[in-house]
Ligand binder design. Structure first.
Ligand code: HEM
Length: 152
């Protein structure tokens, strides 16, 4: 393995760790811990958490896309093993879902918090939760296909 491939794989996996690890923390640790808080406290807190976390995910997405694209070229481009194409496809679906969360659902949370419209805010946060579960499942399947690609 050349140094460039090692460096790209390193960055790729750091990006994956930040994204998947952040989703696990938000879903399994933060969400249940905030469950009993009143919406007036809970929703502004989610807005502040998401504002920071989504910047980290945006950075991770750029790193994963650039390093993954480079790695794919090194592993044969269009002729690479099918699990690598599956990874790229699943990765792109995850990125589109993240784009929807960040640019369609998150602004709804922001507007609801500003207007102190707690029912709307709670609905938007619930939408983020559902989409994060989808991305978490896709992320785990993607890691599985990445490991599977070793056998090809
Ligand atoms: C556009 C998206 C992506 C592309 C083009 C891409 C491409 C690649 C390539 C070519 C490798 C090298 C495989 C090898 O070392 O044999 C790799 C490794 C890996 N990728 Fe991705 N990837 C993408 C997204 C993702 C995502 C979203 C995840 C996880 C959620 C992921 C998880 C991994 C893992 C765990 C490895 C290490 C596999 C190993 O070395 O055994 N990738 N990726």
């Amino acid at each position: 393995m050349t140094k460039a491939i090692e460096a790209a794989l390193f960055l790729h996996l750091i990006g994956v760790a930040v994204w998947i690890g952040g989703m696990v923390f938000a879903h399994f640790c933060l969400r249940p811990a905030l469950g009993d808080l009143a919406p007036q406290l809970r929703l502004p807190l989610w807005e502040a958490v998401f504002a920071r976390f989504f910047n980290w995910v945006a950075g991770a997405v750029i790193v994963i896309l650039l390093s993954g694209g480079f790695l794919l070229m090194q592993f044969g481009g269009g002729h690479a093993a099918w699990p690598l194409h599956a990874m790229a496809g699943l990765g792109i679906v995850m990125m589109l879902i993240f784009g929807h969360i960040r640019f369609a659902v998150f602004p709804r949370i922001r507007r609801a918090v500003q207007a102190q419209n707690w029912p709307d805010g709670a609905r938007a946060v619930a939408t983020v939760r559902r989409l994060v579960v989808v991305n978490l499942v896709l992320g785990i399947v993607t890691i599985g296909t990445a490991v599977l690609s070793r056998g090809f």
